[in-house]
Design a protein around this ligand. Structure first.
Ligand code: UDP
Length: 317
């Protein structure tokens, strides 16, 4: 297959590029490196089936060759980053999705949207099934991300209805693992880096808010399964094991065998209080469920981050 993937140098995108290349597909990776990193795809450069194009997908894009799939994974997805770049976040979600859908239409390709659990906002229903319409503050600080993805889903569906484009929409819940940026500000990367560097762990609010963390390999498997079957409605992918941020901090300390102080900061605006995916649909339709538990996933992520940190130290010397 010939697959074009936006955000291909990002955390999830880079895992997908590698997976497709490993099975012999052709991959065109588009990234503007705002939050993605060349480091994530360095090992793929040189593969004849791989092309890396630096481009901001919120600007129109055409490509000569035929494409079977357009996968739109480019997004500014970490709260820290989207708070810093609200307009770029909206542009990649809305204009970027529009450009990708236009490309899919031109190439008669299938279109795959990476959506998010953020479409549910600060949910009033727990766990969150796909039928839940969400609870989003349209003008809050997180709205640039939430509404860009809600708009992206609407655009995707409009193209499906009006132009009969074959689509997939995956709502990705908190995911972690190798290729995350050390400084992207998300809770898993923050806690691991803080504990490895002997710094205090930063907990926002009281730390009683919950998230459910999925290891990236499990997510990738779910995405590939969804590409293989024709299911056109949004579908949740995530790991339903739910933890408070205090529990997560404890786990990171346990697994590293290191201890740090905990410091408490103000809870960001509209920070969801609880989040956990209802994965009944994914389990039934995709015959998928996550296999890697938090202890194993954190162990692998900590190994990756430890290497990155010691490499960084050597480079600094
Ligand atoms: N959080 C925290 N300390 C940090 C970073 C995040 O306590 O250093 C909290 C944050 O307020 C949220 C949860 O951890 O409640 C998950 O945040 P993250 O940025 O990873 O992703 P989100 O699920 O909010 O998109």
């Amino acid at each position: 297959m010939k697959i074009l993937i936006t955000g291909g140098a990002g955390f999830i995108g880079s895992h997908l590029c590698k997976k497709f290349l490993d099975r012999g597909d052709r991959v065109v990776c588009i990234d503007n490196f705002i939050t993605g990193s060349k480091e994530n795809v360095r090992g793929l450069i040189g593969n004849n089936n791989f092309t890396l194009i630096e481009h901001d997908i919120s600007k129109p894009f055409v490509i000569e060759e035929d494409i079977d799939w357009v996968l739109h994974f480019a997004a500014i997805a970490s709260p820290n980053d989207y708070l810093a770049h609200p307009i770029k976040t909206l542009k990649s979600g809305l204009l970027g999705t529009h450009n990708c859908l236009g490309l899919a239409k031109l190439k008669k390709a299938k279109f795959f949207l990476a959506s998010t659990s953020e479409v549910y906002g600060d949910p009033l229903i727990h766990p969150q099934p796909e039928e839940y319409w969400g609870n989003v503050n349209t003008i809050g600080e997180r709205s640039c991300y939430d509404e860009s993805k809600r708009g992206a889903e609407a655009l995707t569906y409009a193209y499906h209805r009006q132009h009969n484009i074959e689509i997939r929409i995956v709502r990705i819940f908190n995911t972690y693992g190798p290729n995350m940026q050390l400084d992207d500000g998300r809770v898993v990367s923050n806690f691991i880096v803080q504990v490895l560097k002997g710094k205090a762990l930063t907990i926002y609010g009281k730390g009683t808010q919950t998230r459910s963390f999925c290891f990236v390999d499990d997510l990738i498997e779910g995405i590939l399964k969804l590409m293989d079957i024709k299911y056109l409605l949004p579908i949740n992918l995530g790991n339903p094991s739910e933890y408070t941020m205090l529990e997560l901090a404890k786990k990171v300390m346990e697994i590293t065998g290191l201890s740090s102080k905990i410091t408490f900061f103000k809870l960001p605006q509209d920070d969801p209080k609880r989040r956990k995916p209802d994965i009944t649909k994914a389990t039934k339709i995709l015959k998928w469920k996550p296999r890697i538990d938090i202890d194993e996933g954190l162990k692998r992520t900590i190994e990756y981050f430890s290497k990155k940190i010691s490499l960084g130290k050597k480079e600094a010397v």
